[in-house]
Design a protein around this ligand. Sequence first.
Ligand code: FES
Ligand SMILES: [Fe+2]
Length: 363
Amino acid sequence: MFPLNTWYAAAWDTELGRTLLPRTIGERPLVLYRTTSGEAVALADACWHRLVPLSMGELHGDDVVCGYHGLAYGPNGRCTRMPAQETLNPSAAVASYPVVERHRFVWVWLGDPAAADPDLVPDLHWNDDPQWAGDGESIVLDCDYRLVLDNLMDLTHEQFLHADSLASDELSESEPEVAHDDRSVTLTRWMRGIEAPPFLGMQLRRKDPDYEGPVDRWQVIHYTAPSTITIDVGVAPAGTGAPEGDRSAGVNGRVLNTVTPATAGTCHYFWAFTRDYHLRDQSLTTLLRQNVSHVFGQDTEMLNAQQRAIEANPGHEFYNLNIDAGGMWVRRIIDAQVAREQGRDRTPPSRLAAVASTTRETA
Ligand code: FES
Ligand SMILES: [Fe+2]
C-alpha cells in the first residue's frame, strides 16, 4: 500500500543513459532512458500494440522502437511511427510519467500529472551540496518498503544487528524525543559520555588521530512522507559542547535514505552516506561507502527474512513497543495519505495527531 501522488526515486542519475532501463515502480513496469539532449524519460514498459516490454526494443534518436513490430514512441508516449501503416492510429500511445532530476536521483511521479510539482521532491541536498561529500548505492529488497522505514525509524537495532560497527548499549537505554506533523516525524536521541562505536570512532580518529576517550553521540532521524528518511549522525569528544550546539570538534554525517515500492513485496532502497569533513578524501568516501554497504547488507538479510515470516503468518498482528513509536507514526501518515488519495477519509492532520497521541498513551 503506497501513495501515488508523490515523487519516488527511480534511479541514480548515473544509471540512466542511452540504453533502455526497465524498472518496476509502484507496481508499474516502466522503461527509463535519456533523450539525445540528456533529458530523462519514463514511459510505461508495455507496447500499445501487443503489450510486449518496450525495454526489449531500442532507441532511435529520442524515440523507443518496439522490438516486436517496430512501432515507435516519442518521449511524451505518443506513437510516432507504424511501419506497416501509412496513417497512425490516433489512440496509439503509452503512458509517459513526469520525471525530475534532483540530488543525484531521477524521481518519477505515478499519480495525477497535474500535481507533479518539482518542489515536492524530498530534500536530500547533502548528496550534491559542495559542503558535503559522500556516495551510496541502491539495493533491491524482497520486502514491503514499509519494513525498511520501520528499520530506519528505530535504530536501537544497531545494538544487536550491527554489533560489529554501530552498537552502543546506551541506544536502548536512552529515551528519544519524538516530534511530528501530518507529513514528517523527527526522532532525536543523545547518548552522552559513551564509548564510540567502531564506525564512528574510526571517523573521529580520521579527523583527530590522537583522540581517545568518551564521546557524545547523536542520532536525529527525520522522516518525510511517504518514504524518505535522513539521519543526522555523529560523535564529538565528550564535553566539547555538541549537545549544546557546538559540533565543531566532532564528525557529522548524514545518512540519506529513500525507499521506493516496486511491488507489494519488493522495493528499491537508495541510500548515501555523506559527511562534512575531509571533503576531497576519495579513499575515505570509498571506505565509508563500503562500511555502510556492509551494515545495510545485514539489514537486507534481516528484512528479507522478516518478509518471508510475515507471509508465512498471514493475519498476524504486531505488538508495538516503545521503540516502535517513530515507525507507528510513519504508518499512520502513510495510511492517511493513501486514504485521502482514495477518498476514503478526509481526517484533518490535527485530528490524526490527537488520535495518534491517545493511542500512544494507552498503548
Ligand atoms: S507489440 Fe510492439 S509493435 Fe507490436
Ligand atoms: Fe540497520
